[in-house]
Design a protein around this ligand. Structure first.
Ligand SMILES: [Zn+2]
Length: 245
């Protein structure tokens, strides 16, 4: 049985996390980025592995409303997440107590084949990585969404809703979801259309505007119909400046 954390989908700006200055809200992200920028950055490429020094101390993460405790290596958390580095290497009580509560995160147990997670699970992992500043998790999740979409020839439109409810303007997840919708999906006159009656709940005004702009740009650029644009492999990745897979 594998365990993973899946965030509760609190719309940006309404997070109830006690770590207010670190929570992923629309208003504090740039401030947050500036604060983090001066510190070492969490790794975002899979070719950098943790070493023995990342397994020295442990901390407790208390997850969800049931307050389920997990004991994890502190240095490992800090290696992968700027959020946890700020929490455990700063002067906050979380650092001195070696304990943090993530009460708005939901714990999920799964026996499903981990090699084939669902589209929604992958999108939720991307959002979790965004909220807790774990770029490598975001990059692995988005690569898996692309691969799954290619292999299965299907896409779950609910990702549009997840992306627009939980991530900021111009996020890579939004960009990917809209691009797949524009270039790889049926728009009209088909029961599997992304604008079918049963899909309306997945479209916000903001998402529709982005879709319309992307369609306009595709016309303007004379992009080939039903063909996903070819990008550099890091196009959808989250990296700090100068970093590349
Ligand atoms: Zn990359």
């Amino acid at each position: 049985m594998s365990h993973r954390f899946t965030p509760t989908f609190t719309p940006p700006g309404s997070s109830s996390r006690s770590f207010n200055w670190l929570s992923s809200t629309a208003t504090n992200t740039s401030k947050q980025s500036k604060m983090i920028a001066s510190a070492a950055r969490a790794i975002s490429t899979s070719n950098k592995l943790p070493s023995r020094k990342h397994y020295k101390n442990t901390v407790t993460i208390v997850v969800g409303p049931e307050k389920e405790p997990y004991t994890l290596h502190k240095e490992l958390l800090c290696f992968y997440s700027d959020f946890f580095r700020a929490a455990f290497q700063g002067s906050f009580k979380e650092a001195t107590e070696g304990r943090i509560e993530l009460l708005d995160v939901q714990h999920e147990s799964s026996t499903a084949d981990p090699s084939l997670p669902r589209h929604t699970t992958l999108a939720n992992l991307w959002v979790f990585g965004d909220q807790y500043q774990i770029p490598l998790l975001q990059n692995c999740a988005i690569d898996a969404i692309i691969k799954k979409t290619e292999l299965s020839k299907t896409f779950y439109i609910g990702i549009v809703k997840i992306a627009y409810q939980n991530t900021l303007e111009n996020s890579r997840l939004r960009k990917l979801a809209i691009e797949i919708c524009v270039f790889d999906m049926t728009h009209i006159g088909h029961e599997q259309s992304i604008f079918g009656d049963d899909q309306m709940d997945n479209w916000s005004k903001e998402a529709l505007v982005d879709f319309a702009r992307a369609i306009s740009k595709a016309w303007e650029d004379e992009s080939p119909w039903r063909t996903l644009p070819v990008h550099d492999k890091c196009f959808y990745h989250v990296h700090s400046e100068g970093e590349h897979c």
